[in-house]
Design a binder for this molecule. Sequence first.
Ligand code: GLY
Length: 412
Amino acid sequence: MKKQMEIYRKTFAVLCCAIAISACTNEKNLFIAENINFATGQTKHMLQTTGDPTGKNYPRTMNGNNRLATTGKYDWTPGFFPGSLWYLYELTGDTLWRHEAEKWTHSLEQLKTFTEHHDLGFMMYCSYGNALRLAPKPEYTTILIQCAESLSSRYNEKTKTIKSWNYRKAWNDTTEWFYPVIVDNMMNLEMLLAASKLSGNTKYRNIAIQHANTTLKNHIREDYSTYHVVNFDTITGEALNKATCQGFSDNSTWSRGQAWMIYGYTMMYRETNDPVYLDTAVRLADFYLKHLPGDLIPLWDFNVGQPGYVPEKNSYATQFQEKLRDASAAAIVCSALFELQAYAPDRSYRDYAVKMLRSLASPDYRAPLGENANFILMHSVGSIAHKTEIDKPLVYADYYFLEALSRYKNTK
Ligand code: GLY
């Protein structure tokens, strides 16, 4: 009798567990399905507004009249909308999205020889990289290798970095940046690593590794916060100045910059297995997580308005010190943590990623259907320093939100 009771007790416990797991799975599936349903509805409205790609109508943000604002293909963001269409195809399996994704991706082909700034990885890997992953065609390989060649033309053996921007002045209007390298550049390396695998040419991979190593040495502070911009001397190869372009002040931490770094080093670990990159990604992520408010959506800069942090005179941050959030940084980190949790399973990154995704998908950050110029997320910040895109939707916030949703779907 006692033995039988024990068997009943154990069976009951197993059944309770199975019911709890199934309720969780069901809850997860419902959350994902509801968000896919919303994102497809919103993006269909977006496509009605844009019409077919013209080379000049890549969705970017919302203007002062709450209407869609677009960019031409040479800006840094045209790859995100095609990339979002690819994620909708992946999330739904509906060929409607593949056709749209192909159309918008193919409209960027001409960029394969573009060398005017470092953003070719964003432009071509979010579009053609996803195309190659989800609906491969031989020409995609050729195009991506050509892109890697174009991006590599900005690499300098002395600085061991890819130059992000051409010459410009710092916000103090005195310091000249002849060789500025920004943390965002970590995101362009994935395309180089892919191109080496596709072509067998290790040159692109070596450049990516050198660039990641130099960034590790120069852009990261002791506490694993980050500088946005480092300007290099091309004669000595040394860092000349460390500053910000889009953050609050030169010594502050711009949250989207930190996000690019977390994502970038997580990706570098995936592609190289080098434990230094994993350690770096973990420490960058831990700094970021330690500075988040309760809803896990960061301030646009972690140090805005704090004593000891003073914007340079020409930056609009001198006038605008509101503690706004940046949903785009949150979406980037959310997606990165879904990957990082697989490499550092002991650090509760999965829980953080799920909570971030749910926070972004809540009515505080996800737009009502048909509003927000048909972007998915509200409350991002493009660049307060430049007085642009302040508390607006941004196409890249949506892209990384969909990527995070897709990674969540594929995570146990
Ligand atoms: N890569 C430019 C930005 O994050 O605003």
